[in-house]
Write a protein that binds this ligand. Structure first.
Ligand code: AMP
Length: 551
């Protein structure tokens, strides 16, 4: 068989491994004086932050951290977290971003499973760590991250306080070159059953994801993240590196604002005060922000929010736009670094009327550069792009986790047949936009037909009295399953709307041919709040348990 011709390399030519340290090459020229802000507590320039990254690497090294060691961070979103995003992988170690919203037992599992050696912990998490300490099997040192002037009392043996440690560290650390496939980060995702699963990313993967996402945000129609923007994450940095956007923002030299613990009032005031133009979050957080009384007092009209992690209901998109907030959708998962698709408009859609644009923008969108995405039947055959044929979404891209950490069985299932299985059901429409209708495990099968819970939630969100809704499958003797809805009414509407009225409202969409007759939920329960997962998404597992035991 004929072989391809490999490129020859001059012995002295530099092969340029794709390492996270290289992401600093541009901003140090382009934006050395640009600001990085932490709540109302700290302001740093890029130049200063880069200096602190050198000091952090040196200090960690002095604590015994070397290539391959794991450094865990337990913190809310902060400039310190950003420093760790760079310093830890740049010195060849692995950054474990600990999901502090998991139960203490799950946090313990993840820290032991990842083999954390040194832990950087915000003062708020000292009680949690003190409780786990005797069972943390690999941790050698704790470093305290402190906001206030007073060191908190704790039984944990604290090796150093962060600022102190940086002040004593050498100004310069010599970041060596190494293989671009070295592990840079690890974090854990929780499935419906079993222990959390570790997903991990290499330097090469994070660099390529940064370039592709940056190009997507700036290069396609909306130009939503460019060097003149001001960025504030509202997806925690422990969750898929805040969708990787801190890396993108740094390369572009944009002003960055880190809000600490997410408190609606703090977030909204930061948007206003720091003139934030770009954020990202899950729809439930946007819901909380647009319904906060302060949202009506402040001018939010310069703010663009990228929604992902769950479908964006149409009613919520309209509520946000009524406040002047621009919204658009992205799709991905912990296993995919995370971005796979983004819902931006094509040039010929730009002068369409808004509701028709939303038909496309509320889908998951189309694959970003380099992503090969397909919708397949159970045999792995690609389905046609007719907007109706639904199947599992599978993908290939340079930045997909290559497995679950030390979990061969899970890894095998994730990558069966050479494609990453998302576990999502979707269809592609003739314009190439991906519509996600459900998670495989959330699918509602009624009378042999699939009913999309996400579409029903989006329709319910358009009822003027409904604030939030969740739809799940309820076992049914005749139909196999029927959808059941959990509804939160606006505070002023409580007790004034009946289940029949909601069913009648949905029946209108049956008449219009949007949904089938059996998609109208037989059960509509009014509740005060909808259960949420550790990352703020609708917790369907818990709802199913609660709703099926009540009906
Ligand atoms: P996680 O791993 O926690 O980030 O969750 C990933 C899952 O969130 C995906 O597999 C989807 O089920 C869901 N998801 C993410 N983005 C979207 C979206 N734009 N529309 C619908 N579901 C989404």
């Amino acid at each position: 068989m004929k072989q391809t011709r490999l490129t020859a390399r001059t012995p002295e030519a530099y092969p340029f491994p794709l390492l996270i340290k290289q992401l600093w090459n541009t901003p140090l020229h382009f934006a050395p004086e640009q600001e990085i802000v932490y709540r109302d507590l700290r302001r740093l320039t890029y130049r200063e932050l880069y200096g602190r990254i050198h000091r952090l690497a040196g200090a960690l090294n002095a604590l015994g951290v070397g290539p391959g060691d794991v450094v865990a961070v337990l913190d809310w979103d902060s400039h310190r977290y950003l420093e760790a995003f760079f310093a830890v992988p740049m010195l060849g170690a692995v950054l474990h971003t600990v999901n502090i919203r998991l139960s203490p037992e799950q946090v313990l599992f993840t820290m032991n499973h990842a083999q954390d050696k040194v832990v950087l912990a915000h003062e708020e998490f000292l009680p949690l760590l003190a409780e786990l300490q005797g069972r943390l099997s690999t941790v050698q040192k704790f470093v305290l991250l402190q906001d206030g002037p007073q060191a908190p009392a704790t039984s944990l043996p604290i090796a150093a306080e962060y600022e102190d440690m940086l002040a004593r560290a050498p100004e310069h650390f010599a970041f060596a070159d190494f293989d671009e496939n070295s592990m840079a980060t690890i974090f854990y995702t929780t499935g419906t059953t079993g222990d959390p699963k570790g997903v991990y990313y290499s330097h090469r993967q994070l660099v390529l994801h940064t370039l592709a996402v940056g190009w997507t945000m700036g290069g396609f129609q909306q130009g939503v993240l460019q060097s003149r923007d001001v960025y504030m994450p509202v997806t925690p940095m422990f969750h898929v590196h805040a969708w990787g956007i801190p890396y993108v923002a740094t390369v572009l030299g944009v002003k960055q604002v880190y809000p600490g613990r997410y408190e609606p009032e703090v977030l909204l005031r930061l948007v206003d005060r720091e003139k934030v133009t770009f954020s990202h979050c899950v729809p439930t957080i946007l819901h909380m922000l647009v319904n906060h009384p302060l949202a009506r007092e402040l001018d939010l009209s310069g703010w663009t929010v990228n929604l992902g992690g769950a479908a964006l209901p149409r009613g919520l998109a309209r509520d946000a736009e009524a406040l002047g907030i621009r919204v658009f959708v992205g799709y991905g998962m912990s296993e995919t670094c995370p971005v796979l698709t983004v819902g931006v408009l094509k040039p010929h859609m730009l002068n369409w009327e808004r509701e028709r644009q939303l038909d496309y923008q509320l889908t998951a969108g189309f694959p970003i550069p380099l992503v090969d995405l397909r919708v397949v039947d159970p045999e792995g055959r690609e389905l046609t792009r007719d907007g109706r044929s639904a199947g599992e979404v599978v993908a290939r891209a340079p930045w997909l986790t290559q497995g679950y950490f030390n979990n061969p069985e899970g890894s095998q299932a994730l990558w069966a047949g050479g494609w990453l299985h998302t576990g999502d059901i979707g269809s592609l429409n003739p314009e190439g936009y991906l519509q996600i209708s459900d998670r495989l495990k959330d699918v509602i099968k009624s009378g042999g037909e699939w009913v999309s819970s996400l579409e029903l939630e989006s329709l319910l969100s358009q009822h003027p009295a409904i604030s939030e809704a969740a739809v799940i499958a309820i076992p049914d003797a005749k139909w196999g399953e029927r959808p059941g809805a959990l509804v939160v009414l606006d505070p002023v509407q409580q007790g004034k709307v009946s289940a029949e009225e909601i069913q009648k409202f949905l029946a209108r969409f049956v008449d219009q041919g949007r949904i089938s007759k059996w998609a109208v939920p037989r059960t509509v329960l009014f509740v005060q709040a909808i259960p949420k997962t550790s990352v703020g998404k609708i917790d369907k597992k818990r709802i199913r348990r609660e709703l099926t035991s009540e009906t």
